[in-house]
Design a binder for this molecule. Structure first.
Ligand SMILES: [Zn+2]
Length: 314
């Protein structure tokens, strides 16, 4: 038998267990929902293997059940739904904490796998940027794997790996941009710039993991790198649009990804307790990944054609 007090992270202690609706109604007008408390009886809970796999122990189960009891009361009293422990309430599916975000993370990973298969079919290994885009796919798959695990089950470790994965991906995209811009310059330029970018990325990860995990600072770093990427890629695509007519694919993908990201700003309680702004952002990036791969296929083949004499000499 497990009897736990539910300490709620919104503003204070919060119930809810075997309290009748009438009792709750008596509480609500007087002290507001945030003052109510009760004991939760979870003696009936039997953990199934799939729940154990995702480590839903008695305490976590208590938090989940209490959250929904609390949500019911907020809904009943037409109150705005708060976040619980920094998250909106989501309906769990087979023990998966945020099923929509987890599913769309898998979809993004699948889009990269499909994209790189197409890339390898349509671009020969001799093409410039061939290895750069393979590296991009590798980094992206790592990022989406951690994103899937984090949305399946939120632990400190999966959360940190998800955040660091996002940093690695935006940093690599910046490296990709620099590699493309410096394609006609001596290799030493790219080596110097990429060493600097790598050091900055590694220092950020080190300071977050080993010094202090500052979420606000992490978001600022990611957004700054992301904005540099977006301006750089979109600006370059627009600049070369007359000569390289395929570049509309790159600028469209970048602009639409930026629009999808703006969903994050409009944070709202999940639609049907499943689809929140973050999951819709992940849903939007999956098809745009395919457009991006189509762009890099065309760009590599363009580079191959324009570099043909040099490549034949080598
Ligand atoms: Zn996510």
């Amino acid at each position: 038998m497990c009897r736990l007090w539910m300490a709620q992270g919104v503003t204070g202690p919060m119930l809810i267990g075997n309290v009748s609706t009438n009792v709750i109604k008596m509480f609500v007008p007087k002290q507001s929902l945030l003052q109510a408390k009760s004991v939760v009886d979870f003696s009936s809970i039997v953990m199934s293997p799939k729940f154990n796999l995702l480590q839903w122990d008695c305490s976590a189960e208590c938090e989940y059940k209490c959250m929904w009891k609390t949500v019911d009361i907020f809904v009943e009293h037409h109150q705005d739904i708060p976040q619980f422990y920094g998250k909106w309430p989501f309906i769990r599916l087979y023990g998966i904490q945020e099923p929509a975000s987890a599913f769309f993370s898998v979809l993004n990973g699948a889009a990269h796998i499909y994209g790189i298969i197409q890339f390898r079919k349509l671009v020969i290994p001799l093409a410039p940027m061939y290895l750069v885009w393979h590296g991009y796919c590798f980094v992206a798959l790592n990022t989406w794997c951690w994103s899937t695990l984090f949305h399946m089950r939120d632990f400190e470790f999966t959360e940190h790996m998800d955040y660091m994965g996002a940093t690695a991906l935006v940093t690599y995209q910046l490296f990709g941009l620099l590699a493309r811009l410096l394609i006609h310059k001596p290799k030493v330029y790219l080596c110097t710039v990429s060493a600097l970018v790598s050091l900055l990325c590694l220092y950020h990860i080190y300071s977050m993991v080993f010094i202090h995990f500052d979420y606000g600072y992490h978001i600022k770093v990611n957004v700054t790198i992301g904005v540099l990427n977006a301006i750089g890629w979109a600006g370059w695509c627009i600049y070369v649009r007359h000569k390289q007519t395929y570049s509309w694919k790159g600028s469209t993908a970048i602009i639409l990804i930026g629009l999808c990201l703006s969903l994050e700003l409009a944070d709202f309680p999940p639609i049907a307790w499943v689809f929140d702004a973050h999951s819709l952002w992940h849903a939007g990036t999956a098809p745009l990944t395919l457009l991006w791969y189509s762009f890099i296929v065309d760009d590599c083949n363009y580079l191959l054609m324009s570099h043909k004499p040099e490549l034949q000499e080598n």
